[in-house]
Each structure stands twice: as C-alpha cells, then as structure tokens.
Design a protein around this ligand. Structure first.
Ligand SMILES: NC(=O)c1ccc[n+]([C@@H]2O[C@H](COP(=O)([O-])OP(=O)(O)OC[C@H]3O[C@@H](n4cnc5c(N)ncnc54)[C@H](O)[C@@H]3O)[C@@H](O)[C@H]2O)c1
Length: 253
C-alpha cells in the first residue's frame, strides 16, 4: 500500500455509526487526510457501501450493533490488529427519538441508552488499551448543542448527550497521562437521515434562520472539525466540547 499524505497519514481511525450521516462524512474526511478507517454500523448495506466509497481499500466495514459489547470489542480488536495499532476513535452512533417524557416507552428509552450511551462505554472499553499501546491518540465523542437548550420533547436524547459531555471531561482527565486527548463535538442542527426523522422540513428552515450565520453546518464541516481534533494540530486540546452551530447558542433575546 502506498504511503499516504495528509494530516492523518498512517493513522488508524475507528468510527461508529459510519454507514451514513455524520459518521460517514467523518470516515471519508479522515480517509481523505490519509487515515485507514474502520467503519462500524448495524446496517450492513449502508456500511458496506460507505466503506466501498473510501479510496484504495482503506475502509474496513464492520456490521455490528454498537450496543453489543462483545461484538464491538471483536471489531475494534480486529481493526487494531490489521492496522498494527489504533490512533483515533470516534463515538458517533446514536438512536434518535423524541417524545414527551411521560410518553416515552421503556423499550425505546432502553434502546436509546444502549446505543447512545452504553455503546460509547463499550467502544471506549475496547479501544482504550489499543490507544495506550499505540502511545497515545484521540477520542472524539459526538455530543450536541441540545445539551444547552430546553428542546421540546428531547429529554432522553439531551440527557444522553449531557452524559457524553461529562464522560468526555472525565475520560480526558483519566487518559491524559497516556497521551490520549478526549474531546467532544457539539453540532447544531445538521441535515442527516437520522435528524430528519425527528425534524420536519419546515423546522429545518426555522433552525437555519435562528442561527447567527443564517445557515446550518454541513456534515463535511462537522467532519473537518473531527479531523482537526484528531490531528497533531490539536495535541494540546483535551476535555473540550467544541460547538459547531453557526452561532445558534449565542443568540440573545
Ligand atoms: N444531525 C444533527 O443535527 C446532529 C446534531 C447534534 C449532534 N448530532 C450527533 O451526531 C451523531 C451522528 O448523527 P447523525 O445525524 O449523523 O445520525 P444518523 O441517524 O443520520 O446516523 C447514525 C448512524 O448510526 C447508525 N446506527 C444507529 N444505531 C446503531 C447501532 N445500534 N449500532 C451501530 N450503528 C448504529 C445508523 O445506521 C446510522 O448510519 C449522533 O451522535 C448525533 O447525536 C447530530
């Protein structure tokens, strides 16, 4: 395999929920910067297609449910073994669902927690020993600016993302001595298949209008921030949640 150029040349990056939406964009952007990428998604068709779009065979698909602890470990171990180590983990997979709290069924809440929070625990458990063995690296967790608002009907989702922020700071403290940075990205509203399942076409327009920049970030812009946090340019940044929200969270009265 030819030596890659780019800010992530020679790095091995594992991304969960990489079959579509932001995860796919992040996998592509990291590969464009020279990384070899492992793409995990429970949707086999999506993840096979996403991996096949990564040039030069540098994308390896894993059809795995992120809530399956042992399967996540097997996938990450396999990827690290193939790559001779692991440098980057992106915890991105999510299960979106909105509803008033009294209406949220127990199985729906359990599933959201299993995917969006416990899935992050399982990926971290599996990846951390490889990152330490590789003498450091970067963990990037997908949070959301939803944490900063009282978004109607988003109680479970927002609670999960609040926990992700807390876990990001906690793990940054715990893993710093190993040269591992742990940061979060907090996108504003970004048009993706998952977000469109809970946000109407009309609401997308309102959301764009309510930002300072009068626009919504694209998946590629979120991916660019992930590349930055994974690159050596960000080696002194840890424990941070970086908002990419076109300024919506600074809106005044
Ligand atoms: N799109 C937004 O507006 C927005 C805003 C803020 C934060 N985020 C966060 O960004 C991340 C990505 O969001 P998105 O909009 O791209 O979502 P999406 O639903 O479009 O994509 C998520 C991907 O995860 C996969 N996935 C779902 N359940 C899985 C499971 N159990 N195991 C493995 N893979 C699974 C899906 O198949 C899909 O490919 C999420 O953590 C989300 O909370 C998104």
């Amino acid at each position: 395999m030819a030596q890659q150029a780019g800010r992530l040349a020679g790095k091995a990056a594992f991304i969960t929920g990489a079959g579509g939406g932001l995860g796919e964009a992040i996998a592509k952007a990291m590969a464009d910067e020279g990384a070899n990428v492992g793409l995990l998604d429970y949707n086999g068709e999506l993840v096979e297609t996403a991996a096949s779009n990564i040039p030069e065979g540098r994308g390896t698909p894993y059809t795995v449910d992120v809530s399956d602890r042992l399967a996540v470990k097997a996938a990450i171990d396999d990827f690290a073994e193939r790559q001779g180590g692991l440098n980057i983990l992106v915890n991105n997979a999510v299960s979106f669902n909105y509803g008033t709290l009294p209406d949220m069924a127990e199985d729906v809440v359990d599933h959201m927690l299993d995917v969006g929070l416990k899935g992050v625990f399982w990926s971290l458990q599996a990846a951390t020993p490889h990152l330490i063995a590789s003498k450091g690296g970067s963990i990037i967790n997908l949070s959301s600016i939803a944490v900063s608002f009282a978004i109607k009907n988003a109680g479970i989702y927002t609670s999960i993302k609040g926990a992700i922020d807390a876990l990001t700071r906690q793990q940054a403290g715990e893993l710093g001595e190993y040269g591992i940075t742990v940061n979060a990205l907090a996108p504003g509203s970004v048009v993706t298949p998952g977000a469109s399942s809970v946000i109407s076409a009309e609401s997308w327009k309102d959301r764009a209008a309510s930002t300072m920049l009068k626009r919504l970030a694209t998946p590629e812009e979120i991916a660019a921030a992930a590349v930055f946090l994974a690159s050596d340019d960000a080696r002194s940044i840890t424990g941070v949640t970086l908002k990419i929200d076109a300024g919506v969270t600074i809106a005044g009265v």
